[in-house]
Design a protein around this ligand. Structure first.
Ligand SMILES: *Cc1c(COP(=O)(O)O)cnc(C)c1O
Length: 430
């Protein structure tokens, strides 16, 4: 599989390099040079295939002979260890539940697949990879569990002390082995600054083979296309199928667009956002105007300049073609809370704030269109328990896995808020 940089179509690399580097040297994002259509018989017989078989067929089609079938199967079996069920809510609206992985958010799909691919591609190197990640909460949990025990890879996660939820902190600090959690006496921006400085530091680069587990890595995008096929399998009517995608950096939506390019018969995608609505605004006005992100209760989507927008433009180079394929809707916090309350009251379904945005977008779309809509539920409601419980006036049950997690002992390295303490720690640890 060959990929090009969105900053220069002539900058072409193979999959291995794209996965190990995340970002192109020219700072562009990698895009597949060729997105081949899947064969008709596969597409018309989707229900005959298991989720893993779907993933295998897609990867074989994309990677061709690049990774031997046996190795590919192993990568898929190791990373795809949980289901993505579709649950009906109304006769026209269903949800694709993407929160059945270990960190209870859809990011598990991308993080686990990326971990397996990186580990596979690094096998020929004797050099261990050290991944540095700064997290404000959610990404860290998915990366920690995704890379847990990944061969030849160590992960160091920096998180702001006292600024992540209990569940999130335990997800970072209870695994051990190749996962180390550094608790920084500062905020998320401080953690990010330390990681950025580390990537530029000569001593550290000499000593370590540093890498990132960035959300823009193509290895996180590819597996996110699998579940659109899995959802399509469970289509209920002959109506057009539309996906409503709660979006922040637009990785999930871009993965959906890839699925369509591969031949999946999706009528339309809905870009559903909170008040950080630069993409819905773009679809409305034709002007792309990045903003400083604003805080909302759907905070995993508080993004003012979505990194995958350039990839969306690669797929649909004109405003017109993008409008044909994507509609935009956005909602504020009050609407989100109201939606969580109503959906619980009317359908006994507990949404999380991000999923609520997807549900509302589905409703808005159906006001003027006839379709079957599946929206993505991107996180389990217990990850945002306060806002959810306040909205529905009912307790949210914690899954067993989370109850067990909360009983585990936290192990973190407490560090001052400066680069030097982090550097000294890293040099002394490995
Ligand atoms: C990351 C995240 C999103 C946003 O996904 P993008 O692919 O960045 O658009 C939405 N919901 C939850 C719960 C997330 O963690």
């Amino acid at each position: 599989m060959k990929l090009y940089s969105t900053n220069n179509k002539n900058n072409i690399v193979d999959l291995r390099k794209a996965v190990l580097n995340s970002l192109a040297e020219d700072k562009g994002l990698y895009m597949p040079l060729d997105i081949p259509m899947l064969n008709d018989s596969f597409l018309t017989h989707l229900p005959q295939y298991s989720f893993q078989e779907i993933a295998f067929t897609i990867c074989t089609n994309l990677f061709k002979d690049y990774i031997p079938a046996n190795d590919l199967m192993e990568i898929i079996n190791r990373s795809m260890t949980f289901a993505a069920p579709v649950v009906n809510i109304t006769d026209k609206i269903a949800t694709l539940e993407l929160f059945h992985g270990p960190s209870l958010a859809f990011k598990d799909f991308g993080a686990r697949f990326m971990a397996q691919l990186m580990s596979y591609f690094n096998k020929e190197n004797n050099n261990e990879i050290t991944i540095l990640v700064a997290t404000s909460g959610d990404t860290g949990g998915a990366v920690a569990s995704g890379f847990y025990e990944a061969e030849g890879i160590n992960v160091v996660i920096l998180y702001p002390s006292g600024k992540v939820s209990d569940i999130q902190e335990k997800q970072l600090t209870t695994l051990g082995k190749n996962i180390t959690a550094c608790e920084i006496d500062g905020n998320f921006d401080d953690c990010q600054r330390i990681v950025k400085t580390a990537f530029l530091d000569q001593d550290l680069n000499q000593r370590f083979n540093l890498s990132s587990a960035n959300s823009i890595n193509i290895a996180r995008l590819i597996p996110q296309s699998f579940y659109y096929f899995e959802a399509y399998k469970q289509k209920r009517t002959d109506d057009n199928l539309v996906f409503a995608v709660p979006s922040g950096n637009f990785g999930n939506l871009t993965a959906g667009l890839l699925a369509k390019k591969m031949g999946l018969a999706i009528h339309k995608y809905i870009a559903a956002t909170n008040i950080n609505k630069v993409v819905p605004d773009y679809l409305d006005t034709g002007e792309y105007l990045p903003i400083h992100s604003k805080e909302t209760i759907a905070n995993a989507m508080d993004v003012g300049n979505p990194s995958n927008f350039v990839r969306m433009q690669e797929l649909y180079s004109t405003l017109e073609s993008m409008r044909e394929n994507i509609s935009g809707y956005w909602y504020d916090d009050n609407a989100i809370k109201d939606c969580m309350r109503k959906v619980f009251k009317d359908y006994s379904y507990i949404l999380d704030p991000h999923g609520a945005i997807g549900f509302m977008a589905a409703q808005s779309f159906l006001e003027n269109n006839n379709a079957e809509v599946i929206f993505l539920e991107t996180a389990h409601p217990c990850k945002f328990i306060e806002d959810v419980e306040n909205s529905i006036s009912t307790k949210v049950n914690l899954p067993d896995s989370i109850q067990q997690l909360l009983e585990k002992e936290k192990v973190s390295i407490k560090l001052n808020n400066n680069f030097q303490s982090f550097k000294s720690f890293l040099l002394s640890k490995y």
